[in-house]
Design a protein around this ligand. Structure first.
Ligand SMILES: [Zn+2]
Length: 157
C-alpha cells in the first residue's frame, strides 16, 4: 500500500506540482517564518499550508473522525494543533503575509482541479489587491456608459 501511494500522491506534492504547472514559483518550508509554512510565494506575499484533515481538525470533514478509544487524548491533541494554527496565522498576518489553507480532502482526485484553479484565482486576486491594479477594466459596455453619464453629470455643476 505504501509503495502504491508513493511520495508523489502526498497532498503537498499535488499542490506543489499544480502551482508549478500554472507558473507559480515558491519556496519550501521557510525556516524564518512562524509555523514554517509548507509553501511560500514571496511575489504574492502568501503562505500556503497544506493541512491533513485529521491532525489539524478539519471541522465537519469526514476525514476528521475522533477515534473511539482515548477520545479525550485525541480531542486535546487536535485542539492544540488548531490553536497553534490560529496563532501562526495571526503572527503571519501581523507581518503582512496572506495565509491560505488547503485541506487534504480538497485534493481528492474529484476535487483537485477545482481546488487548484481556485487557489490560482485567489493568488491572482491577492496580487491585484496588493498592486492596486484597476480592476474595472472588464466592466460591460452598458455599465461603463452608465459610469460615464454619472461622471458627466457630476462635472456639469
Ligand atoms: Zn477535510
Amino acid at each position: 500500500m505504501a509503495a502504491i501511494r508513493g511520495k508523489d500522491t502526498k497532498p503537498e506534492m499535488i499542490v506543489r506540482r499544480g502551482l508549478w504547472r500554472m507558473g507559480f514559483r515558491y519556496r519550501l518550508n521557510h525556516k524564518r517564518l512562524p509555523g514554517h509554512p509548507d509553501l511560500v510565494l514571496t511575489k504574492y506575499r502568501t503562505c500556503i499550508f497544506v493541512n491533513g484533515c485529521f491532525w489539524h481538525g478539519h471541522e465537519g470533514c469526514k476525514l476528521y473522525s475522533v477515534p473511539k478509544t482515548n477520545t479525550e487524548f485525541w480531542i486535546n491533541k487536535v485542539r492544540r494543533n488548531q490553536e497553534r494554527d490560529v496563532d501562526v496565522k495571526r503572527r503571519l498576518n501581523a507581518m503582512g503575509w496572506n495565509c491560505i489553507t488547503i485541506w487534504e480532502c480538497e485534493l481528492k482526485p474529484s476535487r483537485r482541479d477545482d481546488t487548484l484553479k481556485s487557489l490560482a484565482f485567489t493568488l491572482n486576486e491577492i496580487w491585484l489587491d496588493s498592486h492596486k491594479v484597476n480592476r474595472y477594466y472588464a466592466i460591460p459596455e452598458e455599465e461603463s456608459e452608465h459610469y460615464q453619464k454619472v461622471a458627466e453629470a457630476e462635472t456639469k455643476d
